[in-house]
Design a protein around this ligand. Structure first.
Ligand code: BES
Ligand code: ZN
Ligand code: ZN
Length: 497
């Protein structure tokens, strides 16, 4: 999709014009002139039967060769317009464009603006929202003979400087495309997206953006003593991978932020086997890895002034004669020993070694992201990411980034009593499953045991990484949760120095 900005007074040729319709549309900047283009008919249509309600879309033929159709999107009261609503509206618009097989769309940008949403904001949100809305997963059906029609051109009509508008839109486009890549990773089945395949994908991305790459195989993990990742991999015929990517904003590579992702390509639960209803969908247990990779793509494209290390531990969690078992005691990379009470609590194990490794590589701040617990879904539902932290101001900055991207994050407490229960074991330093009461806290809290005093944020995306119903910004399936917020946080840290 090529995005250009153009002065709205100039001639426009496009297949469709997208207009945000608020109550009292005649107050929209430039409405009168716009209406003239369609012989004043714009006004007439609006008076007829159009709804201003959010989520309504109506398309009219214009009988004009310049722009044969106008698509109105209900935006309610202009005063109440915010970034969330504008992003969602463009998501819906994107879906509609695909349905109508439109190749060239124009946007009347003013109609999506108010005091809170500037022309640049609207341009950014148009590109990001439409990019996300237009996503579909190229599945494996052999019967489909339909060739996908893609939107090729998006023209943003404005009277602001077109360079600034285009720059903002291009950033939005990068965000949208990176979310979509993460979605595709989540949607890919475990037999195709193995740990090796995930590492190959990362390697290719690393080469594209000039990241310093280091991908550890099983032998290297054994040498280093990554007993926790290896335990999870023990029952598998697939090799594990530890993916390390360094984005160097400065030669000295000072003060890097680590983004650590859970990359379980399929989670059977192991000997603590999941019930048959709970096992379907577990191809998505690498949503944390996908979030980190999506964020790294944005970082590679936009090159913020902040050093970043990505660490992703990837394996499947399988059952076999070799698999690890409840009651096993394992030794992690940190040296801490762990009593296994539940082999289905495997995410925290691979994260433990990943976090330790990130620290060994010099990380001064850590954010881990994982589809870690069903508990976060019980606590917060499917639409909120759960968080833990050991650093108030770090977390506050993160919440601001999340606020900007519109991704809802809610913090849960991690108390000394919780930590005590993690450290309760007759035979080892820690146990990997203290109980089902408040178990989102135990999942993240376990990872925290390996973080020590390094400023840290844990993100549990078990609810948000995958959706069983289509929504404004995308279809059902992988959502790309936290891709944008992680990248926005890196941007924020880059600006802060
Ligand atoms: N991958 C699951 C968590 C999960 C559940 C992700 C539902 C997406 C949807 C994780 O490895 C797991 O099995 N967690 C257990 C932990 C328990 C054994 C302490 C859980 O949440 O039940
Ligand atoms: Zn599990
Ligand atoms: Zn899991």
């Amino acid at each position: 999709m090529k995005i250009t900005a153009q002065n709205k007074e100039q001639n426009i040729t496009a297949d469709i014009l997208i207009v945000g319709l608020t109550r009292h549309p005649e107050n929209t900047k430039g409405w009168e002139e716009f209406s003239q283009r369609f012989d004043g008919k714009l006004q007439g249509w609006v008076k007829q039967e159009l709804s201003f309600e959010q989520h309504t879309i109506i398309t009219y033929p214009t009988m004009s060769g310049e722009i044969p159709r106008v698509m109105f999107i209900g935006m309610d009261d202009r005063k109440k317009l915010d970034e969330e609503a504008v992003r969602a509206a463009f998501g819906l618009a994107g879906k509609e464009l695909i349905k109508k097989k439109i190749k060239h769309a124009a946007v009347y940008l003013d109609s999506f603006q108010n005091d809170a949403v500037s022309a640049e904001d609207a341009a950014y949100l148009a590109a990001e929202g439409m990019g996300m809305g237009m996503y579909s997963f190229a599945d494996y059906k052999t019967s489909s003979n339909e060739t996908e029609i893609e939107l090729e051109n998006l023209t943003l009509l404005t009277d602001e400087g077109s360079e600034d508008i285009e720059a903002a839109a291009n950033i939005g486009q990068v965000f949208g495309e990176s979310v979509n890549e993460a979605r595709t990773l989540v949607n890919m089945p475990g037999n195709i997206l193995t740990a090796t395949a995930l590492a190959d994908y990362a390697q290719e991305m690393g080469e594209q953006y000039g990241f310093e790459m280091d991908i550890l195989d099983k032998a290297q993990m054994e040498e280093l003593g990554m007993g926790a990742i290896l335990a999870v991999n023990q029952g598998s015929v697939e090799e594990p991978r530890l993916i390390v990517m360094k984005y160097k904003a400065t030669d000295a590579f000072e003060d890097p932020l680590a983004l650590v992702g859970k990359g379980i390509t399929f989670d059977t639960g192991g000997y603590s086997l999941k019930p048959k209803d709970g096992i379907v969908g577990m191809k998505g247990d690498m949503g944390g890895a996908a979030a980190v990779l999506g964020a790294m793509k944005i970082i590679g494209e936009l090159k913020p002034a902040k050093n970043v290390i990505a660490v992703i531990a990837s394996t499947d969690n399988m059952v076999s004669g070799n698999a690890f078992k409840p009651d096993d005691v394992i030794t992690s990379l940190s040296g801490k020993t762990i009593e296994i009470l539940n082999t289905d609590a495997e995410g925290r194990l691979v994260l433990a070694d990943s976090v330790t490794y990130a620290k060994q590589l010099g990380a001064t701040r850590i954010i881990d992201v994982a589809t870690l617990t069903g508990g976060v879904i019980v606590a917060l539902g499917m639409d909120k990411t759960g968080a833990l932290t050991n650093d108030e101001s770090f977390f506050e900055e993160f919440l601001e980034a999340a606020n900007e991207t519109g991704e809802f994050v809610w913090r849960l407490p991690l108390t000394e009593n919780d930590k005590k229960r993690l450290r309760k074991s007759d035979v080892a330093d820690l146990n990997n499953s203290p109980g089902r009461d408040g178990h989102m806290i135990f999942g993240g809290g376990f990872v925290g045991e390996f973080v020590d005093n390094t400023p840290w944020i844990h993100l549990d995306i078990a609810g948000t990484s995958f959706t069983s119903a289509a929504y404004d910004l995308g279809p059902k399936g992988g959502t790309g949760a936290m891709v944008r917020t992680l990248a926005m946080m890196v941007e924020s840290l880059a600006e802060g120095k």
